[in-house]
Ligand binder design. Structure first.
Ligand code: MZD
Ligand code: MN
Length: 352
């Protein structure tokens, strides 16, 4: 089989242990996200809060050679057939659990400085979205402007957020306006901003996997129905690692709501929800078959493949097998769109 080359819209950076201790004054570094190996769980400490997280064997299971070595990682990419990667945080995901605005701002800034200096500054295939502090939207706007100045080409957001700060609320308007003006896509990653293990009964692993996916749909529902994307037509949004088959489906449901419950709808939109979704919403998957099958029939094209490197949910070690399974026999235009086109449309200057 000929090698299939792809960009990945969903990968991860693995931060060094001393990312924050080496960059922040001790009084802040001591409260930055830190993980320790517990008996059965990895234990996370964030600004004095403690979270029992992922099972150790679960975390140990993902160990591609380039896990923590950028040079080897680039060899992993060549081996797997991955050209460029949008690489999300790992420990940086927990920044959104920080409740102190000053600490959150310092932790986000330090992460961005590290990502720019140690990753993006030394090669051109792997790039990260910038983390913005969310406790105070003014801090988010300032960090988005600083990040754009530094050369970042996307902003990272957690899917989960408190109800009183829901993504559809107008409190975020200054940030959406700034992101649109700076040409920075909003890249939301699933499994963030909330509890990941919410059910421990039969089928728990599969149930929890699905439960971390639904918030991605909620993000899109709020940004579309709340008017944010309608007000900012050049703003693009990616939901990473949540699959893509659901995107046109919620477009239909939202159109039905918009029409059948029109008497209750506020704000009115200048386009139907499904049109806003087709023009501004992108989604990534790893192994899904449906993510590609829906493109032909629904005319929804903003689908990106992602390797989710180095996570277990990703394709490291079986990328070519996965890409051949999904794309052999698929229309070349669809294959090009999903493997490269959507990515290059979202990040025009980042595709190596
Ligand atoms: C089998 C049970 C029910 C037994 O319960 P017990 O632990 O005995 O009380 C439970 O252990 C379970 O569900 N285990 C399956 C593994 C798991 O933790 N599933 C969570 C849902 S999936 C998930 O949260 C994703 C979205 C996908 C897997 C990687 C994931 C955990 C990553 C991993 C771990 C950590 C969390 C993180 C970013 C991070 C830095 O990388 C995302 O926030 C989130 C993400
Ligand atoms: Mn991922």
């Amino acid at each position: 089989d000929e090698k299939i080359w792809a960009h990945s819209g969903d990968s991860h950076l693995m931060e060094p242990e001393d990312l924050w201790t080496s960059r922040l004054p001790k009084r802040l570094a001591d409260r930055a996200p830190r993980s320790e190996r517990g008996e059965k769980y990895e234990i996370l400490y964030i600004d004095g809060q403690q979270f029992d997280r992922q099972l150790n064997d679960f975390m140990d299971a993902m160990r591609p050679p380039g896990f923590k070595d950028l040079k080897i990682r680039l060899q992993d990419l060549d081996q797997e057939g991955v050209r460029s990667q949008l690489a999300f945080p790992s420990m940086g995901f927990w920044t959104c659990n920080i409740r102190d605005p000053e600490l959150e701002k310092a932790v986000a800034r330090a992460w961005n400085d590290w990502a720019m200096e140690d990753i993006m500054g030394v090669q051109n295939r792997i790039f990260a979205p910038a983390i913005v502090p969310l406790m105070d939207v003014k801090n988010a706007v300032a960090e988005a402007e600083r990040a754009a100045e530094m050369g970042f080409k996307a902003l990272y957001f957690p899917c989960g957020i408190d109800d009183d700060r829901a993504w559809g609320l107008d409190i975020w308007e200054p940030l959406w306006a700034t992101a649109e003006e700076l040409g920075l896509p909003l890249t939301f990653h699933i499994g963030t901003g909330g509890e990941n293990v919410v059910y421990r009964g039969p089928g728990g692993a599969v149930v929890n996997y699905m439960e971390t996916t639904y918030p991605g749909m909620r993000v899109i529902t709020h940004l579309v129905a709340g008017g944010a994307l309608d007000r900012h037509p050049d703003l693009k949004v990616l939901v990473a690692e949540g699959g893509a088959g659901w995107v046109p489906a919620i477009g239909d449901r939202m159109d039905e709501a918009y029409r059948q419950h029109g008497m209750f709808v506020r704000p009115r939109l200048s386009r139907l929800p499904s049109e806003i979704i087709r023009q501004q919403v992108y989604a990534s998957f790893q192994h899904d078959i449906s993510a590609v099958q829906i493109i032909q029939d629904t005319d929804y094209h903003n689908v990106l493949w992602g390797d989710d490197y180095p996570h277990l949910e990703g394709t490291y070690g079986h990328t070519q097998e996965t890409l051949h399974t999904i794309f052999d026999g698929v229309d070349q235009a669809i294959r090009d769109r999903v493997l490269r086109g959507s990515f290059e449309e979202l990040f025009p200057t980042m595709a190596a």
